[in-house]
Design a protein around this ligand. Structure first.
Ligand SMILES: [Zn+2]
Length: 160
């Protein structure tokens, strides 16, 4: 059996008039993330962690923002494609652990929904999906609500 760890980080700007998706769940808030896709910072960090563990570059490589195909695309679709890519290489997800960093809105009450979304896409049980939220204590661009960050690690397994 082979095991591999991967790490991912993602950042998006926040702006008025944009929608806010975090972990595949829509939040009702006056600010949303700016990006080519739906700009789901948590799904992008998790996607990069999974691709990184399999040595398969990153989501910008597989789904370039210069391609019209990915304009406003639901990042759940991108994550499903990431899972297909690792499965082609006989990898499966053992667990992921991720943290989203933002001041507002509060994410904790929606974490069970995010875990539902992710456990289905990643084909793991809910206890294999760690989702945490923290603030940056009003410091820096996250503190000023100019941007939002997510960090993730993923562990992959291959039987051989
Ligand atoms: Zn992103």
């Amino acid at each position: 059996m082979k095991i591999r760890v991967g790490y991912g980080i993602d950042v998006h700007q926040l702006a008025e008039g944009e929608t806010l998706f975090i972990g595949g769940v829509k939040f009702d808030y006056h600010l949303g993330t700016v990006g080519h896709s739906d700009a789901d910072v948590l799904l992008h960090a998790i996607s990069d962690a999974i691709l990184g563990a399999a040595g398969l570059r990153d989501i910008g490589y597989h789904f370039p923002d210069t391609s019209g195909e990915y304009k406003n695309i639901d990042s759940k679709i991108l994550l499903k494609r990431v899972i297909s890519l690792i499965e082609e290489n006989n990898w499966r997800v053992e667990n992921v652990d991720a943290t989203v960093v933002l001041e507002q809105p509060k994410v904790n009450s929606r974490i069970h929904e995010i875990k539902d979304v992710l456990s289905t896409i990643l084909k793991v049980t809910k206890d294999a999906v760690g989702i945490k939220a923290t603030t940056s204590e009003k410091l820096g661009y996250v503190g000023a609500e100019k941007g939002i960050q997510a960090h993730a690690v993923a562990l992959l397994i291959k039987d051989e």
